[in-house]
Write a protein that binds this ligand. Sequence first.
Ligand code: CA
Length: 295
Amino acid sequence: MMTSGTGTQDATVERAGELFLQNIQDGRRSGDAAAQPLRVLIVEDERALGMFLQKSMENEGHRVGWVGDGETAIEVVRAERPDLLVLDLSLPRRDGMEVLAELQEEVCSMAVLVLTGRSDVEERVRCLEMGADDCLLKPFSFYELAARCRALMRRRQAQVNPMLKCGGLAVNRMTRTVTMDGRVVALTGKEFSLLEFLLMRRGECVTRGELLEKVWQMSPTAGTNVVDVYINYLRRKLAGDNEGEDLIETVRGSGYRIQETNSVKTKAPKKPAARASEYLLRATAAAATGRQQSA
Ligand code: CA
């Protein structure tokens, strides 16, 4: 375990930092391809804010580390390579700008969100030029921070692995195109985001509240049926001319689920009308034979 070895952090911050580093390492070990929690490092010297961000992002399902100075941040980034770096600019032992300058090579492979208390446009432009993906001015709402982190990570994950596949469904997150059994399915932006979210969590039941929060950025308790309406749009577009089992399963009283690839039943092709009547004739004839034999 790395020690942060700083004279400016108090003991509590140091212990907290170590504990959270452990969380990051645990996250890497328990890697699961489909819905992998993000490994986040928060660099923030204000203890109350650091702890709040750490707790809140953990509640979002991520593994979160937190350190309180620039020098430790550089060491931890090099050792742990987090997916997302949330970096305050005003820090003891090398400020955020120096951290960005020092980590030029590493920042290319991670998403970086800079936090700043100064409304200095030039400074923010410099951060973006140095590899930061986004800047957020303090004070900020946690919802805004979380939404921006999600947007950053969606972009990052889409670059690394753009294809999401499930049965006959193929979704390209870079080009935002969808095909079902080779047929192009045209989706609106919201329909695409909903399908992408369900696919990222495939195998799990995703509640309406969670979809409202994560796809629509609405309160999970908002009294609206927008989720159900969009699920119906999606089902109709994905099914096309085919009839049969839905890719999107309704979990009664709870939400929706897309099954893991190997358990999705492929849809039976629609039987032509002429063939259907043939089957009906044969079935009727068989039933008649059965009746004659049993008589
Ligand atoms: Ca600060």
